[in-house]
Ligand binder design. Structure first.
Ligand code: ATP
Ligand code: MG
Length: 255
């Protein structure tokens, strides 16, 4: 079993979006996934009727026919609950535990950072990347298991390379899930593969551009999931010199 903590030191960095997307990626690879919610949303009182973001997303995933024992959600506001959920994940044979966190320090955060095989640091902009790097470098001396993730950039390659540079010395995933409806609306549509297949149509038909955009996002999420699996084995992808494709999801790489 591998434990992956998604953490950024700033709110709105794309942590929950990355957790949901990577779940779709690991499910398509046939993995059993436990999603652990360590955000402040799990601390709301019992009187709160509104579902949390991940509860709403889980309902959408269930509508796509993903449910226990393939996919489970564990809500863990305290260290004790984190310990219990990790023990249950081991006993029940989950392959992957994906942990959503909140920006500021609280009970469970230091534990899920300490327990992680890999810490993924998403950023939708350069400022978030800089801030997270600074915060994590205060906590980890030798952060070899921390990798940056560029997600949701809206202005193409220029903005992506600005975010990449803002991560400084931190390694950054080669894959870059773009800003897209398929990723932004997972809470409504659930599984990205399912959503993409719902939009499928032929070139020239109405909705083809929407389908293409969803397909590109889905391909990038798959590439990221595979890159992440490699990272868990200590392998990193590097750009293949001489590849000039403008589409990051079809660029060649070497490990
Ligand atoms: N790849 C993407 N494509 C489109 N929108 C994205 C993408 N990544 C993030 N976003 C959007 O950015 C916003 C923040 O993302 P998200 O909620 O995942 O961040 P967070 O770090 O979990 O924030 P919070 O502090 O609220 O927990 C959301 O509106 C989300 O839809
Ligand atoms: Mg969140």
């Amino acid at each position: 079993m591998h434990t992956i903590t998604i953490h950024a030191a700033k709110g709105g960095s794309g942590r929950t979006t990355a957790v949901m997307a990577l779940t779709s990626g690991f499910l398509v690879l046939g993995k059993r996934v436990m999603v652990m919610d360590c955000t402040s949303q799990t601390c709301r009182g019992p009187k709160c009727q509104e579902p949390t973001t991940l509860q709403a997303w889980l309902a959408a995933m269930e509508a796509c026919r993903f449910r226990s024992p393939q996919l489970e959600l564990a809500e863990c506001p305290t260290e004790e609950r984190v310990e219990d959920a990790l023990a249950a994940a081991t006993t029940c044979g989950f392959d992957i535990v994906l942990i959503d966190t909140q920006a500021y320090p609280e009970d469970a955060l230091s534990m899920v950072l300490a327990k992680a095989d890999l810490i993924v640091v998403p950023a939708t902009g350069p400022q978030e990347a800089r801030f997270s790097c600074q915060s994590l470098s205060e906590q980890f001396d030798c952060p070899e298991h921390i990798i940056g993730l560029i997600t949701g950039h809206r202005h193409g390659a220029a903005e992506a390379s600005e975010i990449r540079a803002a991560f400084g010395a931190l390694p950054v995933f080669h894959s870059e899930p773009p800003g897209s409806e398929a990723l932004a609306e997972q809470i409504l549509h659930g599984d990205i593969a399912h959503f993409t297949s719902m939009l499928a149509c032929k070139s020239g038909q109405p909705g083809y551009a929407r389908y293409r955009a969803a397909h590109a996002a889905y391909s990038e999420v798959l590439a990221l999931t595979i890159e992440l699996q490699w990272a868990l084995k200590g392998l990193r992808l590097e750009a293949f010199e001489g590849d000039t494709s403008p589409f990051s999801y079809i660029r060649k790489s070497v490990a």
